[in-house]
Design a protein around this ligand. Sequence first.
Ligand SMILES: Cc1cc2nc3c(=O)[nH]c(=O)nc-3n(C[C@H](O)[C@H](O)[C@H](O)COP(=O)(O)OP(=O)(O)OC[C@H]3O[C@@H](n4cnc5c(N)ncnc54)[C@H](O)[C@@H]3O)c2cc1C
Length: 467
Amino acid sequence: MRIIILGGGPCGLGAAWRLKELGHRDWLLCEKNSHWGGLSASFQDEEGFWWDIGGHVLFSHYAYFDEVMDRLLGKEEGWLFHKRNAQVWMQERFIPYPMQNHIHHLPKDIYWECLEGIIDIQQNARDRQPAHFKEWILATFGKGVAKYFLLPYNFKVWAWPPEQMDWSWVGERVAPADLKEILKKAVLGDGKKDSWGPNAFFRFPRFGGTGNIWRTLAEKLPAECMALHKECESISLRRREIRFTDGSAESYDALVSTVPLTSLFPRISDTDPAYGISARELKYSSAYIIGLGLRGNPPPHLADKCWIYFPENNCPFYRVTVFSNYSPHNVADIQSQWSLMLEVSESPAKKVNREQITGDVIAGAVNTGLIKDTKEISHTWQCFVKNAYPTPGRGRNAVLFPLLNYLEENSIYSRGRFGAWRYEVANMDHSFMQGVESVNRLLTDGEELSLWYPQIVNSAHPSGRKR
Ligand SMILES: Cc1cc2nc3c(=O)[nH]c(=O)nc-3n(C[C@H](O)[C@H](O)[C@H](O)COP(=O)(O)OP(=O)(O)OC[C@H]3O[C@@H](n4cnc5c(N)ncnc54)[C@H](O)[C@@H]3O)c2cc1C
């Protein structure tokens, strides 16, 4: 069986890794860029600072994935291990994450509004399923938390109004509001830091940013099966043939594609146009990632933070990572330098002024106290990502599943963050495993748990028993 893989991000590399492991020989991985890693790549700028494409932290739901990571960078030596310290900056103060469990840090009147909302929802049991994400937020957290944090924050991060989004993806990604816990914290204090959620503990490569994982993995694969600068231009379903922009062609028995579905369909020359039209209904958001290289050392209020959420409109970014806290090697000289990475979302429902974005982000960083003065900035780095978040829009699955099934009937296994378009299984571990599982399916008749059963996969807590 000749297998072609399109895309050298974690999913495509996962497929390639598994093919090598199973001893399969007839395969080729084609990546359009000059580097491996896709959205999980990292870049070193001219000043010697490393940048990820937005804050990437590694956590996993799979024992198999963990073993691969250990083999790549070692069990200990290649990594720095972190306990999450994430906070929300709102009402001119830091609130520990998840915000909904720490509302006693808010000004008294807002604290009461949030508490009252939570009490109201406990007293009024839901009589029907929420119709969309906004209704779900209101029904699950009450009016106050929705008004001050979850509604503005979710619009900022997703770039789509929450009423246009579904809520069934939420699963492990949003902490429930636990009234007893909230009151306990209010009466007795915060206690130990919250370890809710899958990313409470994470690891980060000591050197070379997140991309180091994927560069290292690519080096361990057979060079003759790996091609950079190889961009798929068109696909014929009937002939099972791919044409590349360099003029070459490859035929396949099975194609594992990690190309975003919205870009894949226009490349298929002999498909019913209705499928392409349908694929265009899938929503996504883009992101601007701005890196600030900074002189000196982080101020005390940022010295121990991992990342911070920003729900308010005093800055354009939704999240900021204190990237030099992940590894001292993310900057050239940790004694005299530090770095921040700031993320701004964009969609047709939330426009961004491209020309002004860096200036706006810097103004926001001053406004929110991240930096005192622009003189602290030694240099900036910028990257635009067209496909950043696969939006779980309302009615997504009704569009998505027929597309995935149709492709499979034509021997195309569309997988990964934008190949499968399922945010609930679109992190690095999920994407890598979708690649692995697609090969298991092709060669060993294995089940593709990650793609089709996200709830089962995500029920394995990263610090507990794994799949
Ligand atoms: C802002 C942000 C923050 C994130 N944070 C985290 C995090 O903290 N933890 C985590 O686990 N994950 C995180 N992720 C998700 C992570 O980046 C993805 O899970 C992962 O990169 C998806 O891998 P993939 O291979 O499916 O897709 P991609 O990484 O998108 O790779 C697809 C590849 O296909 C290539 N390609 C596209 N078109 C063609 C073509 N026509 N021909 C050939 N090649 C083509 C692309 O160049 C790319 O290399 C984050 C993502 C973003 C955007």
